[in-house]
Design a protein around this ligand. Structure first.
Ligand SMILES: NC(=O)c1ccc[n+]([C@@H]2O[C@H](COP(=O)([O-])OP(=O)(O)OC[C@H]3O[C@@H](n4cnc5c(N)ncnc54)[C@H](OP(=O)(O)O)[C@@H]3O)[C@@H](O)[C@H]2O)c1
Length: 232
């Protein structure tokens, strides 16, 4: 079966939409991408709420010229690359009505299906094995990748905090993997690593529960860094 036709942007800076971008994860990603010159549209079920959150981010960093605006999730889906940053159980309902708008585009799923039990996070098993696979099934004409799962939003949103992490990327579409690795690499201190097909999203998403639990237990903000790469 032929895959979707890609309209992967080649030029930088890019216009990046973040569905559910009003939450900590979306806000953190938005400020980091805007800080390197990208234009970011925060999406929300309530466009006015997103506009207010976007204005708050711009005001919070007056020494930077952050091109962050807010709108509805529909408006945000018009961007060149779109990140899915809602809670996992809202992902399919969020993307499905946008399938036509998102056709041919790279859609990056960063959602993790987790549950908190006491001081521990546990991974849930979503239908199809991962949230990213659910999103790809709901968007058969989009090029879905999975990435950004292990980055702590609280650190991302503080532009004064240096980031140092490897960010795993997986996709069934070569163009989407390449575009997502390039997107990660644009953020200071992050390195995107192609980790294979979208089947790997199950393990990548589930590992988030381990990482957060380690961070809670040891009161740290540990990140993923892979040893053994030549320039590591
Ligand atoms: N927080 C982190 O450190 C972090 C790091 C990496 C990945 N992630 C993943 O990224 C995703 C977002 O994380 P978050 O902490 O930002 O989550 P969040 O604050 O709970 O949700 C993000 C936004 O999604 C929208 N939303 C909430 N429930 C929804 C639903 N049922 N359907 C559609 N939209 C809904 C809300 O925006 P509106 O009300 O404005 O629509 C909310 O502001 C999660 O899947 C999480 O696992 C989080």
């Amino acid at each position: 079966m032929p895959g979707p036709t890609a309209t992967v942007p080649k030029v930088c800076p890019m216009r990046i939409g973040i569905l559910g971008g009003t939450g900590p994860a979306g806000r953190g990603l938005a400020v980091r991408l805007a800080a390197v010159g990208d234009e970011v549209v925060l999406g929300s079920r309530d466009g006015e709420r997103a506009a207010g959150v976007a204005a708050g981010l711009v005001d919070a960093w007056p020494d930077h010229t952050l091109a962050i605006t807010g709108g509805t999730n529909e408006e945000c889906a018009g961007a060149e690359i779109v990140v899915m940053a809602t809670p996992w159980d809202g992902a399919v309902a969020t993307v499905r009505p946008l399938a036509d708008e998102l056709a041919g585009k790279v859609v990056v799923s960063m959602a993790n299906a987790l549950v908190k039990e006491g001081r521990e996070f546990l991974a849930l098993m979503p239908p199809r094995g991962s949230v990213a696979a659910m999103v790809q099934a709901a968007l058969p004409h989009s090029l879905v990748s999975a990435s950004f799962h292990h980055l702590p939003a609280s650190e991302m949103e503080k532009l004064t905090t240096p980031m140092a992490a490897d960010v795993l990327v997986c996709s069934d579409h070569r163009e989407a993997a390449e575009a997502t690795v390039a997107l990660v690499d644009r953020i200071d201190g992050l390195r995107g690593i192609d980790a294979g097909s979208l089947s790997q999203a199950a393990a990548i998403e589930a590992f988030t529960a381990v990482l957060i639990t380690v961070n809670i237990r040891h009161k740290v903000h540990a990140a993923v860094q892979l040893a053994g790469f030549p320039d590591a």
